[in-house]
Design a protein around this ligand. Structure first.
Ligand code: ATP
Length: 364
């Protein structure tokens, strides 16, 4: 049994509350897929339905040709790695990894265990007990223990949530490497947008039991479909504007009396009132009225209101003439903190980095 994992019109209600609302989703075989969203959006419930730990109120779940909607969890070719590693403390690492296979009646599992420990780079730890391992290493044991069962689909429920930031970043790269190496379908649940974007081929952003947008990480980031996605994936500098004309693929806008242009490629809305957005790292901050090339031809003037040093970059808050503050990230390449609060500056960016959204949504 293998193939794409497909959810068709899947709904899960708890009493009168709908946690997952008419979900349609196809996860291609062998892909790294992330379900991303804030707490309570229904991502864990979705994962639990795939695992068989929760029965859908309506809809079907298929893996390849097979309908697995009502299959018992242990009959599904699916394994789950949770945030809590739940390793057996009295067993060695090798015994922990072997445990499930041995219980299924497999006798000669030593070479499989060795292969798995090699995959997660823990060969040297085989004889240790879980308490002698770091959190990240324990999580890798949990991963090896799931992968040794040769599932078709591996479900990961906030597996890195208990790790500190640095370890989490390392494990993200590790997980991606392991997924590429084994070529299985990974479905990863997280509320951390950076984590989802670092690892996944495809990300589904969930909100209120529904999918707001699904796509490659760059696509979601560069061309969000809704204000929710724009804000959930980072700062988006949303400003209210109005479309005033079109010129081929260029859209002309009026933003509080300032003329701004946008490329049509990222326009989710292209007439009347719109939200105009631009990511902070796409904005170039310069001295007021500085001479410049005209390829950066979105231009608004403002006054620096706050400067903070954030390691690789400096974050500027710049107050616009209409009172709103826009955020700008500037890479730190030596000329740290070029501007101070009170300095008049120009903000510039390329029209193709402007994105437009339907103004009927909240900016929140
Ligand atoms: P988190 O990141 O906090 O785990 P989530 O996006 O994974 O959030 P779910 O755990 O899927 O969210 O829960 C979605 C909603 O369904 C929540 O409002 C939750 O309170 C509710 N819910 C989940 N399980 C049950 C249950 N067994 N009974 C009643 N309500 C539930």
């Amino acid at each position: 049994m293998s193939g794409d994992l497909t959810l068709t019109s899947v709904t899960k209600s708890f009493g009168r509350f709908t946690a997952v609302d008419d979900l349609y989703l196809t996860i291609p075989e062998g892909s790294f897929f992330a379900l991303l969203g804030p707490s309570g959006c229904g991502k864990t419930t979705t994962l639990r339905m795939v695992a068989g730990l929760e029965e859908p109120t309506a809809g079907t779940i298929t893996l390849g040709e097979q309908d697995i909607t009502r299959l018992k969890p242990y009959k599904r070719p699916v394994n789950t790695v949770f945030q809590s590693y739940a390793l057996f403390p009295h067993l060695t690492i090798a015994q922990n990894v072997a445990f499930g296979r041995r219980r299924q009646g497999h006798k000669n599992v030593d070479s499989e265990v060795e292969k798995m420990l090699e995959l997660v780079e823990l060969q040297a730890m085989a004889k240790r007990r879980p308490a002698q391992l770091s959190g990240g290493q324990q999580q890798r044991v949990a991963l090896a223990r799931a992968l040794i069962n040769q599932p078709q689909v591996l479900l990961l429920d906030e597996p890195l949530g208990a790790l500190d930031l640095k370890l989490r970043r390392q494990m993200q790269i590790e997980l991606k490497r392991i997924q590429t190496e084994v070529g299985l379908t990974f479905v990863h649940v997280t509320h951390d947008q950076e984590e989802a974007m670092t690892m996944a081929d495809t990300v589904a952003v969930m909100n209120g039991g529904r999918i707001e947008q699904l796509g490659a990480p760059e696509e979601l980031y560069e061309a969000p479909a809704t204000t929710f996605v724009a804000n959930f994936l980072g700062q988006s500098n949303l400003v209210a504007g109005k479309v005033v004309g079109r010129d081929g693929s260029v859209i002309h806008l009026d933003v509080e009396g300032t003329a701004i242009t946008a490329g049509s490629a990222r326009a989710r809305s292209d007439e009347g009132d719109v939200w105009v957005g631009v990511r902070p790292e796409k904005v170039y901050i310069s001295e007021k009225d500085e001479e410049r090339g005209d390829e950066l031809n979105c231009l608004v003037g403002g006054v620096v209101s706050d400067v903070s040093f954030v390691g690789v970059s400096t974050q500027y808050l710049v107050r616009m003439p209409w009172g709103q503050e826009l955020t700008v990230f500037e890479q730190n390449t030596g000329n740290r903190e070029r501007f101070r609060p009170g300095d008049p500056v120009d903000l510039l960016w390329r029209p193709e980095h402007t994105f437009l959204l339907d103004a009927s949504q909240d900016a929140a």
